[in-house]
Design a protein around this ligand. Structure first.
Ligand code: ADP
Ligand code: RBF
Ligand code: MG
Length: 443
């Protein structure tokens, strides 16, 4: 039998990384990875094709458009025409022109993907060389950079996004587009990385075509899927799949570790089944990440799925996602905490309540639609449906996950509440001062 000392040593060895495999640079895809263009493109594609061929449904067009993502525009258009048998009504080049007319970008708001700016800022500060490898042409890239995203929140301009990169490679600079590896070879060349060191480049991709290209180039590839959950099988080739850029553990790839997570030292970390990340082997406590910009979500409390109190013993005062869509798209789906107040109705003036909430698809129940579910951490004697609830989202706790039993789900939600309570008891969330008005108005 092995002595425990020996076991410990072996364990340490497993955790050790070979310095030669450490990543030394990062290459990013753009659309769907750093900026959220997918919904805008899909809408243009659907509306264009719908007028051309009545017999295909919106659902089918959307589905096919998703599968074509990640390629250069003309190649995507060819695949789309094939998938939807459009040869009798339009040629790929013409379809592209027609969609292009609807996609003039100038003045359109293209939001950042949640966590993108945090990641870019951190890597820049740590002087990690970065490249952009996009299927978009240079001309189209310039147009997208004139969009209005990123102007209001942080005083930055969309075009500033390009200033993070030491090299920018566009789809029209290569003979073959993704899934061919050529664009990643070009990015590596421009970063001064030799072909034999491809494994030391970490690529971020959102599509299966992009993942195939990165892996064919020999790179290490992280996928943050922009396709729907039921298509996640298509990302099998990636070295790691994350729900959002907020969840990436850079140290697992030999890169510097994020410094902005805060630990909650009274709530122990317990690894979830199936969590294979290296970093989770050394984590001791639960943690949270203060948001750069707190987010206020206000609306009437609506009826949810009717499961919260009945099945879990955890009531959640659901808000309607439809009018709040633009705001919640700024957040990665996941578990958050903050504050809530009821600002109209019978329960108005009951004060400010701590709240822990899920914003997402509740994988345990496999919901098709997103929901916003704040659990207010206090008892109420009666329901407050239809009353106006205002929630201030302050910090991110974790991605949504699936559980083997409902007891495990309940236990995890209760633990999220403890993270919230501890963080707020110990005053660990900075920046609440600038929301003084929110805490003082209407309560
Ligand atoms: P639904 O599926 O309709 O959201 P729930 O079982 O989740 O039903 O119950 C939610 C309702 O319970 C809320 O809309 C609210 O009116 C009421 N409620 C009572 N106490 C709380 C609480 N502490 N947090 C959230 N909602 C509560
Ligand atoms: N549902 C999940 O499927 N996975 C989760 O990880 C999860 N985490 C939650 C965390 C909190 C703090 C709350 C309030 C809810 C969470 N739920 C999660 C959502 C739960 O499934 C939902 O509130 C109920 O199904 C009621 O609709
Ligand atoms: Mg609910």
């Amino acid at each position: 039998m092995q002595s425990s000392r020996e076991e410990e040593r072996l364990c340490e060895q497993n955790n050790m990384r070979d310095d030669e495999n450490d990543c030394c640079c990062v290459i990013f895809d753009l659309d769907g990875t750093l900026i959220n263009t997918e919904a805008i493109v899909d809408e243009a594609v659907v509306s264009t094709i719908k007028t051309m061929k009545k017999s295909v449904s919106e659902r089918e067009i959307f589905d096919a458009a998703e599968d074509c993502r990640g390629q250069r525009p003309l190649e995507a258009s060819v695949e789309l025409c094939e998938k939807l048998s459009l040869h009798d009504v339009v040629k790929p080049a013409e379809l592209l022109t027609k969609c292009g007319e609807k996609l003039q970008w100038d003045g359109i708001d293209i939001p950042d993907m949640p966590g993108a700016v945090r990641l870019l800022e951190f890597l820049k500060r740590k002087k990690v060389p970065m490249a952009l490898a996009t299927s978009t042409s240079r001309k189209e890239l310039e147009k997208k950079m004139k969009s209005t995203g990123r102007t209001s929140d942080d005083g930055k301009h969309r075009g500033d996004l390009l200033s993070y990169f030491d090299a920018i490679c566009c789809g029209d600079e290569v003979a073959k587009g993704k899934p061919d590896p050529e664009i990643f070879h070009l990015a590596m060349e421009r970063l001064g990385v030799k072909r034999e060191d491809a494994g030391r480049c970490l690529v971020f991709e959102d599509t299966p075509h992009g993942v195939s290209a990165a892996k064919a180039a020999g790179c290490c590839c992280v996928a943050v899927p922009s396709l729907r959950r039921e298509k996640f099988d298509m990302y099998k080739g990636a070295d790691r799949v994350y729900h959002s850029l907020m969840d990436i553990e850079l140290e697992d790839f030999g890169l510097p570790k994020f410094e902005d997570w805060k630990e909650v030292k009274t709530v122990e970390f317990v690894k979830e089944d199936g969590d294979a990340s290296l970093s989770s082997q050394t984590r001791k406590y639960e943690r949270f990440l203060k948001l750069d910009a707190f987010l206020e979500l206000t609306g009437p409390v609506i009826r949810g799925f009717g499961r919260g109190s009945k099945m879990l013993g955890i009531p959640t005062a659901n808000l309607d996602v439809v009018p709040l869509k633009q705001q919640i798209d700024k957040l990665a789906p996941g578990i958050y905490f903050g504050f809530a107040k009821i600002s109209s109705g019978k329960h108005k003036s009951t004060g400010i309540h701590r709240t822990v909430m899920s914003i997402g698809y509740n994988p345990f129940f496999n919901d098709k639609r997103k929901s916003i579910e704040p659990w207010l951490l206090r008892e109420f004697e009666e329901d407050f449906y239809d009353e106006t609830l205002s929630v201030l989202v302050c910090a991110y706790v974790r991605a949504e996950c699936n559980f083997t039993t409902v007891e495990n789900l309940i236990e995890r939600i209760r633990k999220d509440a403890r993270v919230c309570e501890e963080a707020l008891d110990l005053d660990l969330v900075e920046g609440l001062d600038s929301w003084k008005h929110w805490f003082e108005d209407d309560v």
